[in-house]
Write a protein that binds this ligand. Sequence first.
Ligand SMILES: Nc1ncnc2c1ncn2[C@@H]1O[C@H](COP(=O)(O)OP(=O)(O)OP(=O)(O)O)[C@@H](O)[C@H]1O
Ligand SMILES: [Mg+2]
Length: 268
Amino acid sequence: MALLQLNTWTEMPVAFSRPVFSADYFDYHDGDHVVFSGPTQISGKTQLAMDLMGPIVSPTLPAYVAVSKPRDKVTSYYAKLYGWKIVREWPPQKELREFFGHKYSGYVVWPRFGDLDADAPNAQRVLGAMLRDLYAKGAKKKPKHGIVVMDDTRDKEKVVGLKGEMVQYLTMSGAMGLGEWVFVQKGSQQGDTALSAYSNAAHGFFFKDPSGRGREYIADVAGIDPNYAEWVMTQLKPRQALYVGRRGPVICIVDSDSPVGEIKERES
Ligand SMILES: Nc1ncnc2c1ncn2[C@@H]1O[C@H](COP(=O)(O)OP(=O)(O)OP(=O)(O)O)[C@@H](O)[C@H]1O
Ligand SMILES: [Mg+2]
């Protein structure tokens, strides 16, 4: 593998085109947890996760994207692009084509929004049911594998109330073939799920953090030389991410060239 090994501290890591990294270098194993960290919107965390999932997901390793905000143009766009099923409730109702053998490579689990009092408990009910169901299936003799995408993780922890479930996934479900993907907007103030994700994730993608404190924190949790990590992160270009793979361990830069480009509101 041509990724830079960890003992070279004097130059920037190799930068890979995003489609090349996703298809040829992202060594994702069923059950791996992944963490994405970077400031809201300017990073493009959701879009990078979607680009990475393209070559990985299949009916035997489907994505379960749990949404906890009323709109997300990036999620809507990719759901259409990948032909994923959008569901409001869990378990989802089967459509006719599924009775005839069609199997989805992904589900977007998107509870209804629009009622200030009911939205959070409803999201907790629907997304909680999904997490419990997949977990139970993962514990069976012939476990069902999958990728649980807990986008906007902080909202799910603090507003929706899924902290216990998300932390338990990080500590236990990897062995069941259920990987949890976690999204962090600000290095330091992100709660227990983020903390647990940093120590349990096999893969980390770190966008440029504008604050020195944030960079210091990331450098620390990324598990590589903090001075080198800080130096690399200050030089990242917009929407580039520093990749740290614990399995190697390896690091490289994943470039900003998403095949989809910028998604505008009306395209979603
Ligand atoms: N590599 C990229 N090239 C061009 N545009 C991008 C890229 N990545 C993201 N964008 C655009 O930037 C906007 C925000 O992207 P995205 O929703 O992925 O950000 P985010 O980091 O997940 O934000 P949030 O923390 O608010 O969820 C979208 O319009 C998206 O299409
Ligand atoms: Mg996002």
